[in-house]
Ligand binder design. Structure first.
Ligand SMILES: [Mg+2]
Length: 253
């Protein structure tokens, strides 16, 4: 296998840490709560004829396939059925998402960056110890659209992580991301060299399932400091705004 050529100063493989970033509630959030339904509902209705019970659901921390599966289950549409139509879902979802994105403007954006997100991504990019990639419940093209809308695309061009179209179960995602990262870097990194950063108990749970470390942030809409603390992340931060504190936290893991 051809080794990926490092542009930065080299670091011993055992010292590398791969940061697996969640998107919603961690790097950015929608300006209007529930805005995702503006595109998910028409996408589901056009494919399955119904959006099921999506209006009643609290979806943070779930993968997009999981959200669709749970919304449609009572309508006799199985997870398997959803999976079989993932290509169509991806296409329809992006048409609706682009349509909604086109209605946004600088004065009225769909998403806003959370405090410190850009700064910490810039800082870790300068450090040879770190690589950043995504671990998100968003469908892959939806993840990239959101990042583009807030100007974070540049940070995630190098390594492919794991996405909501990879599995219904977020606990599967760290292993999928790790396999892609290892293949790209020509390494076999240990699970503990991966750090999941997210805002929900599901982020912490998926890290533990794989043996990765977890850093929880309290910038999600639903989960309080106490709720996240009860799931025992390796570190718990109020947000990403104190760049030095975030770096020290990563350095200790
Ligand atoms: Mg999240």
């Amino acid at each position: 296998m051809t080794r990926h050529t490092e542009k930065r100063s080299t670091v011993a493989p055992e010292d590398l840490r791969v940061l697996l970033w969640d998107i919603d509630g961690t790097l950015l959030r929608s300006v209007r709560p529930g805005a995702f339904k503006d595109y998910v509902v028409p996408a589901l209705e056009s494919i399955f004829g119904t959006a099921g019970r999506i209006h009643e659901m609290r979806v943070s921390g779930m993968t997009d396939l999981q959200i669709m599966g749970e919304a449609l289950r009572e309508h006799g549409i199985s997870d398997e059925h959803v999976r079989e139509r993932v290509e169509e879902i991806r296409t329809r979802f992006m048409i609706e998402m682009e349509r909604v994105a086109a209605t946004a403007s600088a004065d009225s954006p769909l998403f806003r960056l959370l405090p410190g997100a850009r700064e910490i991504l810039e800082r870790v990019r300068e450090r040879p110890r770190y690589r950043s990639t995504l671990l998100t419940g968003n469908l892959e093209p939806a993840a990239h659209l959101k990042l583009r809308l807030v100007g974070l695309s540049d940070f995630f061009q190098q390594l492919r992580g794991a996405f909501g179209d990879d599995s219904h179960d977020r606990r599967d995602l760290p292993a999928i991301a790790a396999a892609r990262v290892n293949a790209r870097l020509g390494q076999t990194l240990r699970p503990a060299q991966f750090i999941v950063i997210g805002d929900t108990p599901n982020d912490i749970a998926c890290a533990k399932h794989f043996g990765a470390r977890s850093v929880a942030v309290c910038t999600g809409r639903f989960d309080s400091h106490a709720t996240l603390a009860a799931h025992n992340p390796d570190a718990l931060l109020p947000d990403l705004s104190d760049t030095e504190l975030v770096l020290e936290t990563f350095d200790a893991l």
